[in-house]
Design a protein around this ligand. Structure first.
Ligand SMILES: [Fe+2]
Ligand SMILES: [Fe+2]
Length: 318
């Protein structure tokens, strides 16, 4: 009997997805759809939170009060995105502590870009400009994702991401137009962050394990390669405005295609970093573990308060 119900529910689910309707937490959904969403959304949440580390590292060293205030606000936003996305993922029947455990035991991944170090102040510009720039391209497409809570989270988050991208570009612009030393720092930051930013879109479509199913379910709305090309096409003219050299000598306008050609990503590096062997993987998780342990007293206090409230309520009822 259950089988027939599921088959019918599946038909209804497929019809709604085809019809561009949102799937909500209490709706029936295929197990694999749920699993796929949990993987993608929790990975997204982890990326927001781990991404606070390379930038947070520079808050105390920002060169002016204005830059410090901007960076502080930006890093705080990322923490908010993480919390928002953890909550959205919990609607699928997984707890926040299960997700954190998967991150800390390295079962869950996060964006590989955050395993690269931020070596100088220009890197903070490059992160905002390129990393948040790449994230926006991805997240704008995700505003139309089929799962309601994820889609609504993306709409909200994108508004803040555009500020992140703008502040990064404004920072790198100031340096690219500054002293020769500053310009050199900007160029160096661009050279180092360019390729890892392109890797943020994931493997080629032909090599992407989760892509086809996610596209069919409209969890993903555009493929890795389409999104990556869009990012390249919007960023190359910005490099020209900055007066910096292209980080990839193969970048060239292709009149026929109406887009830029570019060189091949070093996929071996991509898989090395994804599999835990990037420059900062170990440091990022170690820091997360420490921060999590240091925050235990907050969780204890929240639990104690909730118990007290419950006891009060019970006493009132009695
Ligand atoms: Fe974010
Ligand atoms: Fe951001």
């Amino acid at each position: 009997m259950q089988k027939v119900d599921d088959a019918q529910a599946q038909i209804e689910f497929d019809r709604r997805v085809a019809d561009e309707q949102k799937i909500e937490p209490t709706d029936w959904m295929p197990d694999d759809y749920r699993k796929n969403l949990i993987r993608q959304m929790s990975q997204h949440a982890h990326s927001e939170v781990i991404g606070m580390q390379p930038e947070g590292n520079w808050i105390t060293r920002a060169p002016s009060l204005r830059r410090k205030a901007i960076l502080l606000a930006k890093v705080q936003d990322e923490g908010g995105h993480g919390l928002y996305l953890y909550s959205a993922t919990e609607t699928l029947g997984i707890t926040r502590s299960e997700m954190i455990e998967a991150l800390q035991t390295r079962k869950a991944k996060y964006a590989s870009i955050f395993n690269y170090p931020t070596l100088n102040w220009a890197d903070i510009g490059a992160v905002g400009w390129l990393v948040d720039g790449a994230a926006i391209v991805n997240q704008i497409a995700l505003q139309r994702t089929s799962y309601g809570p994820y889609s609504r989270a993306m709409i909200r988050i994108c508004k803040e991401e555009s500020f992140h991208q703008r502040q990064g570009y404004e920072l790198i612009y100031a340096m690219a137009k500054g002293s020769p030393e500053q310009k050199e720092m900007a160029q160096d930051a661009l050279n180092r962050f360019w390729w890892p930013s392109l890797m943020m879109f994931g493997p080629h479509d032909s090599d992407s394990a989760h892509s086809a199913k996610s596209m069919q379910w409209k969890i993903k709305r555009e493929t890795n390669d389409v999104l990556r090309q869009r990012f390249i096409d919007q960023t190359v003219p910005q490099i020209e405005v900055l007066g910096l050299e292209m980080p990839d000598p193969e970048i060239k306008w292709n009149e026929e295609k109406g887009q830029y050609d570019s060189g091949e990503i070093n996929w071996q590096e991509f898989y090395e970093v994804i599999n835990g062997n990037g420059p900062c993987n170990h440091q990022r998780i170690k820091h997360h573990l420490k921060a999590h342990k240091d925050g235990e007293w907050v969780r204890e206090a929240v639990r104690a308060y909730a118990e007290k409230q419950q006891a009060k309520k019970a006493a009132n009822v009695a």
